[in-house]
Design a protein around this ligand. Sequence first.
Ligand code: SAH
Length: 339
Amino acid sequence: MKDRIDEIQDRRTLDDEGLRMLLDTRDDAMVEALHERAREVAEERFGKRVYLRALIEWSNVCRNDCLYCGIRKSNRTVRRYALTREEILSSCENAWSHGLRTFVLQGGENPPAALELAGTVAEIHASWPEAAITLSLGELPVETYRLLKQSGADRYLLRHETASPEHYARLHPTSMRLETRIRCIRALKELGYQTGMGMMVGSPFQTTEDLIRDIRLIERIRPEMVGAGPFIPAKDTPFGNESPGSADKTLRLYSILRLMFPKLLVPATTALSTLLPDGRRQGILAGANVIMPSFTPATRRADYALYAGKSHEELQTIERELSAIGYAVSPFRGDYDER
Ligand code: SAH
């Protein structure tokens, strides 16, 4: 097992057998060794510094019906909202004044509204030219991706959710296709976005083999960021009574990603800290290097319930937690650095 950890670090890849072992072993000492090695690699590259991203949950209006997601179209219990231009700008102002240098606008998939958002993106870019703008707005026409990029967006997050077409089909309505998603991810990369993909860990029907396929897809596409969090059941959805994914497996995945892709931007996700009170800290200690505190206006947070009990990350809490383990917030934008 130990040699697997050496191998994945040295070769920056591992065969399926080795990945299966790292993901499934019951040897706690080995898992601890895996996290430790990943933590060393992260520290070598980033120091004991964590990049923060201000998460602004722009709108919960969505045309999709993903079976796992709390804001899916057919969930009638959701109170739908979209932040106004003024609310978005004041959220950015708030984030900037707290020292954050990346704004993430995330929301449901709503192509006409996303197109209209380009004006606000341009305003954000003009007001805070030194800040990075990340978008997470789902699948959009390439022309819209291009316009948003030209308006000043730097990065885009679009999780592939699962790299197995059969598994993808069990998590989404037939109108949604893994192929389309991958085409969007490739288009974003070609347009020059720092691009993020990612998957849920322990979503219904997922197997270890599916996770291995996720890792292989990431190896092929080479995104700049990978977001992975445990599945958490959302009420009033078809998967509302399913069991949540495993925090332990999520942490192992962070370590594997860190060892395979030392420069990768890997957030300790909100879903992880929703499941595990200590999730952010454990995520960082397993090799993650990004945290996304919420800067969504307090009045809207409860309406952006992707899953039950969704926590919102508060800046002071994060700073306190990090300093307790000898880490600190980075003052930089934290772009992907190829060197
Ligand atoms: N609509 C956009 C962004 C919002 S959803 C998009 O599709 O990209 C952001 C992410 O939340 C999704 O990619 C999914 O991986 C995650 N998510 C949604 N429902 C979840 C659940 N029940 N448990 C855990 N993560 C979930």
